[in-house]
Design a protein around this ligand. Sequence first.
Ligand code: FE2
Length: 375
Amino acid sequence: MATQANVSGEQQTADFLPLKGTDHVEFYVGNARQAAHFYRTAFGMSLVAYAGPETGRRDRASYVLQQGKVRFVLTTALRTGSEIAAHVSRHGDGVRAIALWVDDARQSWLETTRRGARSVQEPTEIADDHGRVTLASIAAYGDTIHTFVERGHYNGPFLPGYQPVANDPVARPAGLLHIDHIVGNVGWNAMNEWVDFYHNVMGFSLYQHFDDRDISTEYSALMSKVMANGNGYVKFPINEPAEGRRKSQIEEYLDFYGGPGVQHIALATGDILHTVSQMKQQGVDFLTVPHTYYTELQGRVGKIDEPIEELERLGILVDRDDEGYMLQIFTRPVEDRPTVFYEIIQRKGSRSFGKGNFKALFEAIEREQALRGNL
Ligand code: FE2
């Protein structure tokens, strides 16, 4: 693909947007109290901080959940007519902000807006007894934003204004370590526009790409390019729908989300057998693949450490490349709209995204799509 050479050819210049990683992901949801309960009991995250009317915030309530380095913020509107309520009305529960951890939020905002990013929030310093933090935001695809978070020496539980919650008795940790990648779905023929955005505005480069020869089944098709920042800590695959005989899963997402947005968040574990069996016990619904996937597995990926019967019992997929292999599994959407879902991933050398699994996986997604009457 021509764009690959263009994008990867000029990455020698200094990184104008150094990122220390993903700081947090903020969701706008209809009922944050209940959503927090789901992430605590099913995903095993701990409630670590809270802000709402009791802490002096009149218009919204936010619950901060953490497991390993994965940090989610669930925010809900307390009154009609707010931008949070409007976001939920348009999209259902979904990701509003992918927040990135930086040393200098003002500089990050200046460098990106100078390169064409639309500002959502100018650099703003907030402080409490624990120190000060600077935040700034720019627009990404759809209603999604990137917030630059500069923490300096801040030592509070999350951000100024949040009160700590000690020792969550409800959380059932499942071994989730950090965010591996966050995937965005964009509209028809819009993938390259957003690949250019991440390259030109944020200094990312093309990491991998897949086209509809890699990712198509009889019905579903999509195109995908993975963009990564300079140190590789932050990876954003971008999907667009492609023409197939029937409706693409990306198109189904766009219809129900009401436009572009975050499709899935991949969470890394060091022991996928343990993590997935625990999450299953705790009520997380995962996609399943047929028995034939496992009869062909050994021949396709060669020798692996995990017993194939165990992988089949849990529905875990495996893919191999030159550098090693990876194990992955996908949840069903975690809300009633067929929109946001999760991937659990364990990397054993491989830096790939499971291209060898796309066909088996898409067929599984299509079975679900057909059940919803959207195929
Ligand atoms: Fe993924």
